[in-house]
Design a protein around this ligand. Sequence first.
Ligand code: GLU
Length: 328
Amino acid sequence: MPVRRAGVLAVLLACALGATACTDRTEPVDRAAVSSVDRPAPVGVVADPPTTGGNAAPVPPCDPRASLRPSPLPRPGAMPEGSTMRAIQDRGRLIAGVDQNTFLFGFRDPTTNKLSGFDIDRVYEIAAALFGDANRVQFKVITSAERIDALKRGDVDVVVRTMTATCARWAEINFSAIYYTAGQRVLVEKESPIASADQLGGQTVCAAKGSTSLNKLRELAAKPRLLAVDNWSDCLVLLQQGQVSAVSTDDTILAGMVAQDPNVKLVGPRFTEEPYGIGIPKQSEDMVRFVNGVLAQSIAAGSWTASYDLWLRAKIGEASPPPATYRD
Ligand code: GLU
C-alpha cells in the first residue's frame, strides 16, 4: 500500500477509536467572528510622525552627487599603513550596514538564508578589493532611520542601503559616487482608484522613518495622512491588510514589492530623484576615495552590469551605470 494511503487509513482508524484530535479537525478552536479580530500593527508604527531635525541649522547648498576622486587601488591585502582601509584589513572583516527587508536590494534569501541583492553585491565588491576575499564581511542589519547614527558612532564602515545622497546627509557623513538613481513613486492595491501622488489627499500613506520618502510626502500639496514604520516590508503588510491606501518610496523598493505581491501596482510618475550613494563616516575620506575606486573598477569590469541584470533589469528595465561626478 502506498505510504500516503496508509497514513490516511491510520487517521480514519484513530477517528473511529474516538481520538480527540479528530474532533479538533472539524471544530474551530476560536469561535470569534473574524470581524472582531484586530489587525495587528507592526512594532514601532507611528501615526502622524513628528518632523525630525526641524530646528537643525540650514543646510548649505551642494551637489549631492559630487564625491571625491578615486585613489589608485592598492593590491588586496596590502592597504597603506595608517589608512582606514588598513584598520579594516587588520580587523579581518568589513562591517557593512545593510537592509534585510528590501527585496532586490538587501534581503534574506530564504533558499540560502544569505543576504542578497544589488546593494549586497556592492558590499561584496568592497570586501573583495580589501581582502581578495568577498566573504570577509560582517553585515549589520539597520533600519533607514539608523543609517546616519550607525556611521557617526563608527558601528559600521559603510552603509549600502538604498541611501539617497542629499546635502543634509552630506553635512553629517560622506557619500561615494552615485551607483544608481531611483525616484519616488506610489504603490497601491490593483483595485485602487488612486492614480498618482496628487490623489493622496486624505488617504493614509506608509513610509519608513528617517527616509527621504517620508519628508517628501510631508511636502505634498495633497497632504496625505502619514504612517511611519521601521521597515519597508511593514508598509507592504499594512497595504495588504487594508490599513493604508498607499506606500510611497523609491520605485526600486516598490518594484520589489510588486515582484512579491501580484495584487499591488505602481502608479503615477516619479516625483523625486534619489541618487544612491554608499554612506561612509565623515572622517574617512581615504575610504571614500577607495570605495570610489572600487565602484569605477566594478563598472569598467562589467560587474555592475552583471549585478544589475541579475537583480533589477527584468523588474525595472534597462539602465547603465550613472556617470561619476567628483568635486576634487
Ligand atoms: N532612498 C530613500 C532614503 O535614502 C528611501 C530608501 C530607504 O529609506 O531605504 O531615504
